[in-house]
Design a protein around this ligand. Structure first.
Ligand code: CAA
Ligand code: NAD
Length: 295
């Protein structure tokens, strides 16, 4: 379970147009990366504010490249033009591949995927950027599970090379091949893994977060843990800061899925700081307050 497999060979499915559902931290990053690497992408959300934020972040990243002389203004405009923000479901129908990147809630994802499948032409590849929810569980909402698999990016998308491609029990080899090809086109390093809660990386990362939460619930300062992990252990960011980057609401949902999937190893702590903060709507960088404050 969760073991990396050898990459599949190239696919016959042509991916000329992509779509992403959700323009949040991940959806915005996926849209930027797809456009930057040359595949036009439709970015669909239910919230105009999220679309504006997604476009704003892409413009900021590209603007930095222009300022440094790494990109012309014309190229920047061209890349931005490859992202089509929309609130309209029908616009998504032009896509050859769709990455679902809405909230980490199995019922919401199933409803979104099921209605998406009904509206898309035959042959469209559907994927989910879920962090932890089993692909076989999401596939129960679909009539063509063979055209569906996980496509799990890491945050921040423009900087993190890894993409986990999760093969469900019914996913066809052609679907895996097409998603591997798209990931390579995005300049990413895909690995193909089997299905289980948390897949490969989050089976490593979430026990680490659980260890952190246990220490905090025992009274150790989160800032002290970060300081040690960053300044002396040498990781780029400590667990509290990383949770703020991921989003405390998302981490809360992921922790629940992992606790249900591996109750013997991942049971929620009493006085779990992630639960306490999620209940207090301290969602991290996305709303300006988490373990730390972001004015
Ligand atoms: N989006 C886009 N670019 C970003 C960014 C973001 N959110 N954050 C930083 N960057 C860019 C900066 O703008 C900067 O760009 P330039 O070089 O063009 O100026 C560049 O990255 C470097 O930034 P820094 O100098 O501040 O940082 P760094 O290079 O030392 O490291 C990093 C950046 C690689 C992201 C590093 O901080 C890191 O590895 N952080 C940990 C990230 C991590 O663990 N992610 C996994 C989260 S869990 C997950 O994703 C799975 C899940 O299912 C929840
Ligand atoms: P987010 O809260 O930043 O964004 C979610 C977006 O989805 C919001 O803009 C919301 O308006 C939109 N949305 C909700 N319902 C929708 C619908 N029906 N149709 C279209 N859009 C809808 O969340 P995020 O951090 O981007 O996470 C999205 C997914 O990616 C989750 O499954 C999460 O587990 C996964 N993921 C997150 C990270 C991370 O570090 N944040 C990393 C990898 C994977």
């Amino acid at each position: 379970k969760g073991k990396a497999k050898k990459l599949a060979k190239s696919s016959d499915t042509q991916i000329n147009q992509a779509a992403v559902l959700g323009a949040g931290i991940m959806g915005g990053g996926i849209a930027y990366q797809s456009a930057y690497k040359g595949t036009p992408i439709i970015m669909k959300d239910i919230n105009q504010g999220a679309l504006d934020l997604g476009m704003g972040e892409a413009a900021k990243l590209l603007g930095k490249k222009v300022q440094r002389g790494h990109m012309s203004m014309d190229k920047m405009v061209g890349v931005l033009g490859k992202i089509k923000p929309t609130l309209n479901d029908a616009d998504v129908q032009a896509a050859d591949i769709v990455v679902e990147a809405v909230v980490e809630n199995p019922n919401v994802k199933k409803a979104v995927l099921s209605s998406l499948e009904k509206s898309m032409p035959e042959g469209t590849v559907l994927t989910s950027n879920t962090s932890t929810i089993r692909i076989d569980e999401l596939a129960t909402a679909l009539e063509k599970p063979e055209k569906f698999c996980g496509m799990h990016f890491f945050n921040p998308v423009p900087r993190m090379p890894l993409v986990e491609i999760i093969r469900g029990e019914k996913t066809s080899q052609e679907t895996v091949n097409a998603v591997v090809d798209y990931a390579l086109k995005l300049g990413k390093s895909p690995i193909v893994v089997n299905d289980c809660p948390g897949f490969f990386v989050n089976r490593v990362l979430f026990p680490y977060f659980a260890g952190f939460s246990k220490m905090v619930s025992e009274g150790v300062s989160f800032a002290k843990i970060d300081k040690v992990m960053e300044n002396v252990f040498g990781w780029p960011m400590g667990p509290a800061y990383l949770l703020d980057v991921v989003g405390i609401d998302t981490a809360f949902h992921c922790t629940g899925v992992m606790a249900d999937g591996f109750p013997e190893r991942m049971a929620r702590q009493e006085k779990d700081p992630v639960t306490i903060m999620a209940n207090a709507e301290r969602f991290g960088q996305k709303n300006g307050k988490g373990f730390y404050s972001y004015a």
